[in-house]
Design a protein around this ligand. Structure first.
Ligand code: ATP
Length: 470
């Protein structure tokens, strides 16, 4: 595959100086990933001496496989890895890793549940400790992502975003006690770290590490998914006389609230904005824009309004079915008809649903499952199945988003963790946005029962034939 030639602002970003910190905020499909690859290749070929390296880092692993597939030629002498691989590798080089030292996500949850029980027994009258354990898991993840490691810091911090409303400042101490109890339990179980906390340790280690940095330049793609601590660690991991460039889309930010560049370790970055959407047809881009204007989309001053570059195509198809079985059968027919000529993705909210879809589809055709352990990227026409999360950064001719019912979106798990349906919608609408913007020319959205409140209802946005309700 060959990458497009950058134009306008893209070309300016490509040749930015080889020193300093830069931020590129772009709308979906504006060429951020393309430029991340080209910039990394440019730096490796013209601004690295013998032994100096470029790191191209992304959040999700499927994107790493995709990047390698679309640009193998450009990516020579560049380490293309996801954040956790970088963090583990660095800690390993400092003899701070080991076998089985990162607590798996399920273990983390059960240890937090236990920690909550322990703290409750100490403070039996503290009603805040009666809250669901999911709320504590969520808050602990937030503390770790922000790098908050002591109570004074936590009590003083201004929480941005609406989540601040539902934990009273006076109750923060109880959350912190659970956090401390969890760390103790985790250590007793033999786990030095968990996934969210690892970045804090990487930062601490880098602050003391005076050895020559392995990477001269750092290029971050899908930067909106990185926590402030992850970004800080990457800023520290680069050489002082090199550069760091961050490519991200505020509208696709899935977790976490807005952060300042400074708290993420970026020093006076110059900010660039990409506004041209090269991927989606006008009709698909209009739906994405309408989603980003829904009330659940948190106010975001940095939101870049896209300009459409591509020709028109069909409107997104909105279909209602009587049952989920009929829904899947309908799309299986669609896949059979087109999977020799188009790249098609069926994207759903969770892994369990991915498995249901795959089970049924597997009997009919070969499937590419979008997941962490992908070794190979199938670029030829065919069908891919994955979660919205796993599709970040990717693109397909046709995207099918089934099961967009209000009973499935937002998922129950996030409603519990965030304390309200509204709060969960603020977060999950970004996932729908990601799903919609993966489609280059055809988009199908379907549901049974009630449609999710996160989709705009303006009938002009869709091709919708009432008679055709399945
Ligand atoms: N200058 C250009 N000319 C033509 N096509 C382009 C140009 N820049 C990017 N594209 C194409 O637009 C599509 C989207 O680009 P890319 O994946 O880099 O966008 P992105 O900003 O990373 O999107 P997202 O964040 O939504 O994943 C790709 O198919 C890419 O090849």
């Amino acid at each position: 595959m060959s990458l497009p030639t950058p134009e306008g602002l893209q070309a300016e970003v490509l040749y930015l100086p080889e020193k300093g910190h830069y931020v590129v905020l772009g709308t979906a499909g504006s060429g951020k990933t393309t430029l991340a690859i080209l910039r990394a290749a440019y730096l490796a070929s013209t601004h690295c001496k013998q032994g100096e390296k470029v790191l191209l880092v992304t959040f999700n692993k499927a994107l790493v496989t995709y990047l390698r597939a679309i640009s193998d030629r450009e990516l020579k002498n560049i380490d293309v890895i996801n954040y956790h691989k970088f963090a583990r590798g660095y800690m390993n080089s400092r003899n701070k890793m080991g076998w089985n030292v990162i607590a798996p996500a399920e273990t983390k949850v059960s240890l937090i549940k236990q920690a909550l029980i322990n703290v409750k027994s100490k403070y039996p009258t503290a009603t805040t400790l009666e809250r669901e354990h999911e709320v504590f898991v969520e808050e602990i993840n937030w503390l770790q992502k922000m790098g908050i490691t002591n109570l004074e810091q936590y009590e003083a911090v201004e929480r941005v975003g609406r989540s601040s409303v539902w934990i009273a400042r006076a109750n923060r101490k109880y959350f912190f006690y659970v956090y401390e109890a969890y760390i103790q339990l985790r250590q007793e179980s033999g786990y030095k770290y968990d996934f969210e906390e690892l970045a804090i340790h990487v930062v601490q280690e880098l602050l003391q590490d005076e050895t020559q940095r392995m990477y001269k330049h750092i290029v971050i793609d899908e930067g909106q998914d990185f926590s402030p601590m992850m970004l800080r660690s990457l800023a520290l991991a680069g050489s002082n006389d090199g550069s760091l460039i961050y490519f991200g889309d505020v509208a696709q930010q899935i977790y976490g609230s807005r952060i300042s560049w400074r708290s993420a370790g970026l020093i006076n970055p110059k900010i660039w904005k990409f506004e041209q959407n090269y991927r989606n047809t006008r009709e698909i881009a209009l739906l994405a824009l309408a989603i980003s204007k829904m009330p659940y989309f948190q106010d975001d001053t940095d939101l870049v309004e896209p300009k459409f570059k591509r020709a028109s195509g069909p409107k997104p198809d909105l279909l209602k079915f009587n049952s989920e079985n009929d829904e899947l059968d309908y799309f299986i027919e669609e896949v059979i008809r087109h999977n020799r000529t188009r790249t098609i993705a069926i994207l759903v909210r969770d892994r369990e649903t991915v498995n249901t879809v795959i089970q049924k589809l597997r009997r009919i055709t070969q499937i590419q499952e979008l997941k962490g352990e992908m070794n190979y990227w199938q670029a030829a026409p065919g069908v891919s199945v994955g979660t919205y999360h796993s599709a970040k950064g990717l693109e397909f001719d046709t995207v099918i988003l089934p099961y967009c019912n209000s009973s499935r979106l937002p998922v129950e798990e996030r409603i519990l963790a965030l304390g309200s349906r509204e709060e969960a919608m603020n977060e999950e609408i970004k996932l729908l946005y990601v799903g919609v913007t993966r489609a280059k020319s055809e988009l199908y959205i379907s549901y049974t029962g009630e449609i999710t409140e996160m989709l705009p209802i303006d009938p002009d946005l869709y091709y919708q034939d009432e008679e055709e309700d399945k």
